[in-house]
Design a protein around this ligand. Sequence first.
Ligand SMILES: [Zn+2]
Ligand SMILES: [Zn+2]
Length: 151
Amino acid sequence: MPRQYKRIPPAQRFWKHVDTSSDCWLWTGYRLPAGYGYIGPSIRGEKHQLAHRVSYELANGPIPDGLVIDHLCRNPPCVNPAHLEAVTHQQNTLRGNAPSAKLALQTHCKRGHELTEDNIYRDPSHPNQRNCRICRRIRSREYKARKRIGQ
Ligand SMILES: [Zn+2]
Ligand SMILES: [Zn+2]
């Protein structure tokens, strides 16, 4: 390693290329055609890497073998560790085609209630799914009513 290069901690070098002004932290360096942030090989011999994978590892430590990093926000250049989750390749593929991915684009639930941020609740075990609070209230009311009349 040439001595004249100052040692800058990897994390510090990484965050220089990130725009954190919005909820999604966008990689401002080179991006692949698919939109993913991409880090080329450096003079220090580091290999090609995807920016969101680097971000995940800086925040959480090494990615377990066989897992891929999924964007909960579906925004490929985003490197916000809070929006990244390590999943199996199969989970990632399923998610891409799953109804939840399509639901994320919906503005109204299936009963026609508007899906504003105030009317959305997220199940901790399915953070990708946007559920309608009004429908949820209706369901729980129906459940209680059924219980009252003993059905
Ligand atoms: Zn994001
Ligand atoms: Zn609804």
